[in-house]
Write a protein that binds this ligand. Structure first.
Ligand code: DGJ
Length: 725
C-alpha cells in the first residue's frame, strides 16, 4: 500500500512488514526517512534532526546573503533517494549527467501519481504482475538547468516484503546529454554497523559466500565484463548481524545481465549508502531520447536470512521466471557434453539414447559440436546449420521420440569464431576495434549485439533451425567475457559509450523474439556454467546451468551460496561422471536443483542405473512440490560446519527432503540434524531412522546422525506427515 500525506509531502510505502518512507523537503529534493520493520507513523522532525550545522546554510542562485534550510536538511549528510553528488553530498552520486565537465545534477520534485499496476519496460526484464497486485508511486523530478527529467517509480505487490524501483531519464531538451553514471538504486541508512554478505567466485567456483563487517570507506563489487560474471553477483545483503533465523536483513539486486557496480559506502557521519547500477558509462542521450535503467529491487526481512530467502525465492518464482511448459521443466534431462564433448557422430548419439532412457532420461540434449565444421572449439560459431556429415539430426530426434523422450539443442548465439562463414563475410559483426589487437577467449570473438543487423542475422539462423527440427529445449551458452567493449556499429554512429547498455538490450531483444516465435521451447541459460546467473537472464531463462563444476563437494559450496539468491527450480544441476563420489550422493545432491544427467550413459553400470532410476522415482514423486515450489532451508554450512545440510519443505509442510554431506572425515561425535519449518504438533515419518516424531521433536532435538563419518558421506532423508504414530 502506498500513502501520500499532503501536508508533509510524505510518501509512505508499506510492503509486507516493511516500511519505506521519504518526503519532498523544502528544497524539493526527495529526502529519505526510514526503511525497515513496519512502523505506524513517522515524525520527520525527530528523524532528521542533526543539530545546527553549516550544511544547512546556502546561497540561492544570484544572491549574496545566505539562506538557511529548515531544520533537518543538510546537503552533505541528510539521507536521500537520489544521491546528489556535487552539492556537498560527497557520497556516491546516483547520477552524473551533462556535458563539458559539468555532470552535477540537481533533481527537484515536480509531480507524482499513485496508481494500480506498474510501468511497462518493454524487453527490459522486470517484475511481472501476474495477479494484478502491483501498486506504483511515480514521481517526476526535473533538472531545469539541463532539461533532464527523471521518472522515478516505486512498486509494491500486495503481501510481499519487497520494493521495486524504476528510473527513466528523459532528455527534454534539444542538446545531447552524456550520462556518465545512472544508478538504479540509492538507499541511505542512518547507521554504520552493518555486515555485508556477497558472492564472489570464478569459473567452476561460482557464488561463494563472503560475509564481512563494513568499515568506513567504500566497498565495491562489480563486473566490467559485459555480463554479470562468475566473478561477482549483482546481488548482496546488508544487516546489522546477518544470521539465519534472527535479525533485520536487506537484500539488493537488479534485473540486469551486463556490467554492474555496487558501491557500499560507510561515511564519517556514521551513515551507509548503497548504490547499485551499471557502473561508469559514457551514454549519449540525444534531445528527445530517454534511457530506462535496469529495474532494482530491495527485499526485506526482520527475521533473518532464512525468511529473506523465502521472500526472494517466492518473488523470483512469481514475478521473474516464466515457465512455458511445466512438463518440460519437470523432465529429467541428459546432456551430452560431459559424455562425449564434440567427439560424436550419429551412431554414438544413437547408442546413448536407449541407455539414457533406461536411466530415467526424458529429454535428451545434444550439446556443442552439431553444427557446420564444429569438431573443436576453434571454429564455426556463427554458422548455425546442421553438420549433416557428422550428425543426422532428424534421425536422432526420431529415435528420441520413439523412446518417448524430448529433444534439446545447444547454441551460443552471441559469439562468432574467426574461422566461420559469418566472420568471413562480416568482420564488422564482431566487437573490438579491428585496428588493434583483440583478445580471443576459447578462440572466439563476441558478436556486436548492439547492431540490429547482427540480431537479425542470428535470429534468422536460429529460427530456421528451430523451425526445421522438432526441438523442445535450447541450451543458450555464452563462453567469453566482453573484454573489448567496442561496437563497430555504435562507433560509426558516434555512440560508442552506449555499448554496455545497448549490447545487453540486444541480447534481451533476441531471446524475446525467439521466445515469441517458439513459445513452446524451454530455454536454459548458461555462460561457461554460471557466468550469467542474474535476475535479468532469469526473466527469459527459467533455469540456468549453475556451474561447469560437477564435483559434489565443490557443488555443495556453489549450491549453498546460490541458495541465498535464487530458487532451486532455476538451479541447473546434473549427476556427473565424477568417479570419487558415489552415484547415490551425486543423485541426491542434484535433486536439489533441476535434476538430470551429464555423462556417457553407455558407461553406466547396472547398479548405477538402479540408483539413478530410484532417484528418478523420487524426482517424480516429490520434486515439483517440495523442491521446485517449496521452501528452502540451510541447516548446516559447509563453510563453518564441515558439512552441507539442506532441506526443502513443501508449502503445505507435509513433505520434506533433507540432504547432509560431510566434507572432511570426522571421528565419532554427537550430531543431531535439526529440521526446520515443520508443523510443531504434526507427526512425521523419516525414512532414515524409520520412525515417527513430532515437528517440534525434529526442530528441537533433530535426527540422530551421530557416530563416525567418512569424507563425502551423505544422507538423503525423506520426511512425510503421518496421521498416527
Ligand atoms: C560451456 C558450458 O558450461 C558447458 O556445459 C558446455 O555447454 C560447453 N560450454 C560447450 O562448449
Amino acid at each position: 500500500m502506498i500513502e501520500y500525506k499532503d501536508k508533509e509531502r510524505l510518501f509512505f510505502i508499506k510492503a509486507k512488514g516493511f516500511s519505506y518512507v521519504f518526503y519532498v523537503n523544502e528544497a524539493g529534493m526527495l529526502q529519505h526517512l526510514y526503511a525497515g520493520k513496519d512502523v505506524g507513523s513517522i515524525d520527520i522532525k525527530a528523524l532528521t534532526d542533526f543539530g545546527d550545522d553549516h550544511a544547512r546554510h546556502y546561497l540561492k542562485a544570484g544572491q549574496s546573503t545566505e539562506s538557511v534550510f529548515e531544520e533537518g536538511i543538510y546537503l552533505n549528510h541528510s539521507l536521500f533517494e537520489i544521491g546528489c553528488g556535487g552539492k556537498s553530498d560527497l557520497r556516491s552520486p546516483t547520477f552524473l549527467i551533462g556535458s563539458n565537465g559539468d555532470y552535477v545534477t540537481d533533481f527537484r520534485y515536480a509531480s507524482h501519481s499513485i496508481y494500480k499496476g506498474r510501468p511497462s519496460l518493454g524487453v527490459l526484464p522486470h517484475f511481472r504482475d501476474p495477479k494484478g497486485e502491483a501498486e506504483t508511486l511515480e514521481i517526476i523530478l526535473k533538472e531545469e538547468r539541463k532539461n533532464i527529467q527523471i521518472r522515478l517509480s516505486y512498486t509494491v505487490f500486495a503481501g510481499e516484503s519487497l520494493i521495486v524501483r524504476n528510473t527513466e531519464i528523459i532528455n527534454t531538451g534539444k542538446e545531447k546529454a552524456m550520462v556518465r553514471k545512472a544508478s538504479s538504486l540509492c538507499l541511505d541508512f542512518p547507521s554504520n554497523r552493518y555486515e555485508f554478505l556477497h558472492f564472489p567466485g570464478d569459473w567452476a567456483y561460482e557464488r561463494q559466500c563472503v560475509k564481512e563487517e563494513l568499515k568506513p570507506g567504500l566497498k565495491v563489487i562489480e563486473s566490467k565484463s559485459g555480463r554479470s560474471s562468475h566473478d561477482h553477483s549483482p546481488f548482496f545483503f546488508l544487516g546489522n548481524k546477518l544470521e539465519e533465523d534472527h535479525g533485520e536483513v536487506f537484500g539488493f539486486s537488479f534485473l540486469w545481465s551486463g556490467n554492474f557496480k555496487a558501491e557500499i559506502g560507510v561515511y564519517k557521519q556514521h551513515d551507509t549508502r548503497v548504490d547499485l547500477g551499471m557502473g561508469e558509462m559514457d551514454y549519449s542521450l540525444d534531445g528527445g531520447e530517454s534511457l530506462v535503467l535496469p529495474e532494482a529491487v530491495v527485499f526485506y526481512s526482520s527475521e533473518g536470512l532464512a525468511s529473506l530467502t523465502h521472500t526472494i525465492h517466492d518473488a523470483v518464482r512469481k514475478h521473474v521466471i516464466s515457465i512455458p511448459d511445466l512438463s518440460l521443466k519437470e523432465s529429467i534431462v541428459l546432456n551430452s557434453w560431459e559424455g562425449c564433448y564434440m567427439d560424436f557422430d550419429t551412431e554414438k548419439i544413437l547408442s546413448y539414447l536407449p541407455k539414457a532412457k533406461a536411466a530415467g532420461c526424458e529429454l535428451f540434449v545434444l550439446d556443442d559440436g552439431w553444427f557446420k565444421g564444429r569438431n573443436d572449439d576453434g571454429t564455426s560459431l556463427g554458422d548455425w546449420t546442421v553438420d549433416e556429415k557428422k550428425i543426422d539430426l532428424n534421425k536422432v530426434i526420431g529415435v528420441c521420440h520413439e523412446l518417448g523422450m524430448k529433444f534439446g539443442l545447444w547454441f551460443e548465439p552471441e559469439m562468432v569464431s574467426p574461422l566461420s562463414d559469418l566472420y568471413t563475410k562480416h568482420h564488422e559483426y564482431a566487437i573490438g576495434d579491428e585496428r588493434r589487437l583483440r583478445t580471443l577467449t576459447r578462440h572466439q570473438l563476441a558478436l556486436d549485439m548492439a547492431n540490429p543487423e547482427v540480431e537479425e542475422e542470428v535470429f534468422e539462423q536460429m529460427d530456421k533451425v528451430l523451425s526445421s527440427y522438432d526441438i523442445d529445449y535450447v541450451k543458450w551458452d555464452h563462453n567469453r567475457a566482453l573484454d573489448e567493449q567496442y561496437s563497430p556499429y555504435l562507433a560509426r554512429r558516434g555512440k560508442l559509450g552506449n555499448f554496455a547498455y545497448e549490447s545487453v538490450l540486444g541480447y534481451y531483444r533476441l531471446i524475446s523474439r525467439l521466445e515469441k516465435q517458439h513459445p513452446g521451447i524451454l530455454f536454459q541459460g548458461c555462460a561457461s556454467g554460471g557466468g550469467r546467473y542474474d535476475l535479468g537472464t532469469l526473466y527469459y531463462f527459467p533455469e540456468i546451468w549453475a556451474s561447469d563444476e560437477l564435483d559434489p563437494v565443490v557443488r555443495a559450496f556453489i549450491l549453498y551460496g546460490t541458495s541465498f539468491l535464487f530458487p532451486l527450480v532455476t538451479f541447473g544441476a546434473h549427476v556427473g561422471k565424477n568417479p570419487i563420489t558415489p552415484f547415490d550422493t551425486k543423485a541426491a545432491l542434484a535433486l536439489f536443483g533441476t535434476y538430470g544427467y551429464e555423462l556417457d550413459p553407455t558407461k553406466l553400470k547396472e547398479e548405477d542405473i538402479v540408483t539413478l532410476k530410484k532417484h528418478a522415482e523420487i524426482f517424480h514423486k516429490y520434486h515439483k512440490e517440495v523442491v521446485s515450489d517449496g521452501d528452502f532451508y540451510r541447516l548446516s554450512s559447509p563453510y563453518t560446519e564441515n558439512a552441507l545440510g539442506i532441506e526443502c519443505l513443501s508449502k503445505d509442510k507435509k513433505k520434506a527432503l533433507v540432504f547432509y554431506m560431510t566434507l572432511l572425515k570426522e571421528n565419532r561425535g554427537y550430531r543431531f540434524l535439526k529440521i526446520k519449518g515443520l508443523e510443531e504438533n504434526k507427526l512425521y515419518y523419516n525414512d532414515f531412522e524409520k520412525t515417527v516424531h513430532s515437528g517440534s521433536y525434529y526442530q528441537n532435538i533433530g535426527i540422530n546422525l551421530s557416530g563416525f563419518r567418512d569424507e563425502f558421506q551423505s544422507n538423503f532423508i525423506i520426511l512425510e506427515e503421518v496421521k498416527d504414530a
